[in-house]
Every structure is written in structure tokens, then in C-alpha cells.
Ligand binder design. Structure first.
Ligand code: F6R
Length: 251
């Protein structure tokens, strides 16, 4: 077991998501009392959906306000307009933004349909830096160890940029599209260096299919062959796992 990262193992995936939501809600509430507003880095995909549902429930019950929160998503597919059904912009509205009291002008995603995606990536990196980097960054993990769309081979000091998605990631994400040929081959992703500038990082992983990626991230060597392993170099990372995702960790 790696003692440099903090690990929280929940009995079920549902409980792991509630624990992540509780951590984010606490972070938002503490930041609301400080002069610097909360900058929340957000992930998409299946894993965080129950987190967003739980956060929306807290807001609906009046236990939490997201009115002062600024959000920056990790990534967006190149070529998809904001209103494309599979864009991460649409995903964020469906999963979270349409159900909470967030100021939509403070929600940020890269523009997938930008005329010049490289320039858009630079603009997005600058916007993150200008906001003061993320005070709390939520991550998922790909089966190949990717974080954001930083695929194996990504450098630890990489910044927001245009990347080619691997075949594994394209296959994994094909479930959201009618046809695998519709899955974009490129994305704009926040870099590993950008992620590592966050004050606190929370990685949520659930299910047996993530167990080997989680074990390599926590117990394996720090290597660009497994981008999530760079999280071992960050001073404040919490892995929130269910038992299945924690199943291959060393004791
Ligand atoms: C998406 C993202 C990706 C996902 C990863 C896991 O914004 O950052 O790194 O977190 O692909 O996706 P799921 O949760 O669908 O298994």
C-alpha cells in the first residue's frame, strides 16, 4: 500500500459517490466563507454521474449552494458543438448544471467546435491559470490509466492541448454514441501539469474494471506509461474507491 496518497474505500459504488459528493460539498461550503471563490475541476463519464446527482440533491434540499462556484471541465471532444447530444457541455447540463443554483457564466468547458482547437486549448489553459487553478479537482480514471484525456505517454508537465484518443478510449466511449465511427478521434484536455497544480485532487474509481488501473496508479512506479501514477507526486490526493476498484491494491 502506498502511504503517500490518501485512500478511502467505501463498501459500494453508491457509497463511494456519496463520500465524494460530501467532500466536494464541504469544500464548497468552506470556500464560500473565504474571499477566494471555489474553483471546481469536473470530470465526465459514467463514474461521476451519481456524485452530480447527490450534489443536486443537496442543493434541492437547501443544504448546499453552488452559487459562488466556478467550474472548469477537464476535456471536450474536438469537432462537437456545445449542443451536440454527446458533447461534454451537454453532459454537464444534463447531469449537474440544470439542477443546481450555479451561475452558468462561471461554468467553463473547452469549445470542441473552435475553428482553431490548438488556440482554444491555449485560451483554456490561460483561463484556468487566471482563475487561480483548481481549488478542488475531481477525476475519474481510464482503464489504461488516463486522467482527463491524458493518454499513456503524456508528460507530467503537459498543459491543456489537443490530443489523439487511443483505440482503447475510443472503444470505451463508443457506448455513448450510436456508432463507434461517430466517436471523435481527438479531444482538448487539460494537461497533467495543469491537474497537478490543483490544491486538492479527488479521484473516484468504482468497479472491477478499474482495479488494475487503480493499483498501478497507487502502487506502481511513477511513469508516463500510466498517467494516473503522476498523482503520487501530488501532496494532497484522495482516491475514493469501492471495494471492487480497490481489489488489486497491495495490503
Ligand atoms: C472525462 C475524463 C476521463 C474519464 C475516464 C473514465 O472527463 O476525464 O478521464 O474520467 O475515461 O470514464 P468512466 O467514468 O466513464 O469510466
Amino acid at each position: 500500500m502506498n502511504f503517500r496518497v490518501s485512500i478511502d474505500i467505501a463498501p459500494t459504488a453508491a457509497e463511494a459517490a456519496i463520500r465524494v459528493s460530501a467532500r466536494i460539498a464541504e469544500h464548497i461550503s468552506i470556500a464560500a466563507m473565504s474571499p477566494r471563490p471555489c474553483r471546481l475541476g469536473l470530470a465526465t463519464g459514467s463514474t461521476p454521474e451519481p456524485v452530480y446527482c447527490d450534489l443536486a440533491g443537496r442543493v434541492a434540499r437547501g443544504e448546499l449552494s453552488m452559487a459562488s462556484v466556478a467550474t472548469f471541465n477537464l476535456d471536450e471532444y474536438v469537432g462537437l458543438a456545445k449542443d451536440h447530444p454527446q458533447s461534454y457541455h451537454t453532459y454537464m447540463h444534463r447531469q449537474l448544471f440544470d439542477h443546481v443554483d450555479i451561475d452558468l457564466s462561471q461554468t467553463h468547458l473547452p469549445r470542441g467546435d473552435a475553428v482553431d482547437p490548438e488556440q482554444e486549448a491555449k485560451r483554456y489553459e490561460q483561463a484556468i491559470a487566471a482563475a487561480g487553478d483548481m481549488s478542488c479537482q475531481l477525476l475519474g480514471i481510464g482503464r489504461n490509466g488516463h486522467i482527463g484525456f491524458n493518454e499513456p505517454g503524456s508528460e507530467p508537465d503537459s498543459l491543456t492541448r489537443v490530443v489523439q484518443l487511443t483505440e482503447d478510449t475510443i472503444r470505451a466511449n463508443a457506448r455513448f454514441f450510436d456508432d463507434i465511427d461517430d466517436v471523435p478521434r481527438q479531444a482538448i484536455t487539460v494537461g497533467i501539469g495543469t491537474i497537478l497544480r490543483s490544491q486538492h485532487i479527488i479521484l473516484l474509481a468504482t468497479g472491477e474494471s478499474k482495479a488494475s488501473a487503480v493499483a498501478a496508479a497507487i502502487d506502481g512506479p511513477v511513469t508516463k506509461g500510466h498517467p494516473a501514477s503522476f498523482l503520487q507526486t501530488h501532496p494532497k490526493v484522495t482516491f475514493v474507491l469501492d471495494r471492487a476498484a480497490a481489489g488489486l491494491l497491495r495490503d
